[in-house]
Design a protein around this ligand. Structure first.
Ligand SMILES: CC(C)(C)c1nc(N2CCN(c3ncccn3)CC2)c2cc(C(N)=O)c(N)nc2n1
Length: 326
């Protein structure tokens, strides 16, 4: 086959595979069978083997992970990853609402599920994924780019050729967690206590092939350079993230009043066991960026957001009465 055609065929294969990736991992709507998908991937990897000069950094073959790293490089976040102050009851939330309204007047909030995973920062240049890092201490994190590439819902190339930094929560779906602990139990290994620890432990692996087997996922929840891009509110930035091809959590809601916020909290506190991942609360954010700017941030956390933490579960353990042989 002529060189030009090979290059074109490889580009088409990448396009097709990433389209099926998006349908399966972002939209949860598989568009072809696993066998057909694997066949496309096999063909692409065969051509990349034969014509390495046509291999590209956004190729889906780059997801399965290269050689293990010696160590993780340090990354300094250009914009620090702030913490969230916590609310534990209705009173705390009404105090937050009162303070916000005192300072900025009428306000709309966006409520989001607080995914129980670990915060990551992703940088894209001209639409290509170039670096991913852990939150670390908020200022300095670890470069886990190769590990994050194994997350199928993380786009290696965006739908627009933009340079953007986004933040999100990497997590392990409950099904993956249960399967992983099953395997560890069989191998007599120590079990992970919860999906959050399993996700953290997985992303700390130096061998990306191990990470690829852990079936992690990620929800993206903010655009760092939103002003530069011309976005005016948090809800607009969530829609923009969808347009770029990111996986965002579809349960977010605009709430005009603190009572609507309380209703959202109540609804998702009840429904949380039906979710395929763990959440440990709800994050409430002032929607308008102009008002976020007015409210500003303390050294640690924004004054325009708060995390409502669900009460700790009373862990019901089946206490087996132990017949003490006297
Ligand atoms: C951008 C802001 C600061 C408002 C923000 N910060 C978050 N977090 C900060 C504290 N983080 C943290 N992590 C470890 C130690 C201290 N803080 C963990 C992420 C958010 C976490 C989630 C989530 N989990 O689903 C979310 N939907 N929105 C967030 N939004």
């Amino acid at each position: 086959m002529a060189q030009h055609d090979v290059k074109k065929q490889m580009a088409e294969l990448r396009e097709q595979i990433e389209k099926h990736n998006y349908a399966y991992y972002v939209l949860d709507q598989p568009s072809i069978s696993d066998a057909e998908y694997d066949e496309l991937m096999r063909k692409l990897m065969e051509l990349e083997e034969q014509y390495p000069q046509y291999k590209t950094p956004d190729s889906p073959s780059q997801r399965v992970g290269g050689a293990p790293l010696e160590a993780f490089k340090k990354v300094t976040h250009r914009v620090p990853m702030l913490s969230l102050s916590n609310a534990f009851n209705e009173g705390d939330l009404r105090d937050f609402d009162r303070r916000v309204r005192q300072e900025v007047g009428d306000v709309r909030y966006v409520c989001e599920l607080k995914i129980d995973g670990l915060a990551v920062s992703l940088r894209y240049e001209d639409g290509y994924f170039v670096q991913g890092a852990t939150r670390g201490d908020g200022t300095t994190g670890e470069d886990i780019t190769e590990n994050l590439k194994t997350i199928r819902s993380l786009p290696l190339r965006l739908q627009k050729q933009v340079t953007v930094e986004v933040r999100g929560e990497a997590y392990m779906p409950r099904k993956s967690f249960e399967k992983l602990n099953e395997q560890r139990k069989m191998n007599g290994e120590e079990l992970f206590a919860n999906p959050r620890n399993a996700a953290a432990g997985s992303l700390r692996q130096l061998d990306p092939k191990i990470v690829a087997a852990r079936q992690l996922d990620v929800f993206i929840y903010s655009v760092v350079n939103s002003e530069e891009i011309g976005l005016v509110s948090h809800s607009e930035s969530l829609r923009y993230l969808d347009e770029l091809g990111f996986k965002t959590n579809p349960t977010w809601q605009v709430c005009e009043t603190i009572d609507a916020v309380l209703a959202y909290i109540e609804k998702w506190h009840e429904r949380r066991t039906s979710l395929p991942y763990d959440i440990d609360g709800i994050v409430i954010k002032v929607d308008a960026f102009a008002q976020q700017k007015q409210l500003g941030a303390t050294a640690k956390s924004p004054r325009w957001a708060i995390a409502y933490k669900f009460p700790a579960e009373e862990v019901v353990t089946q206490l087996v009465d132990i017949e003490l042989s006297v």
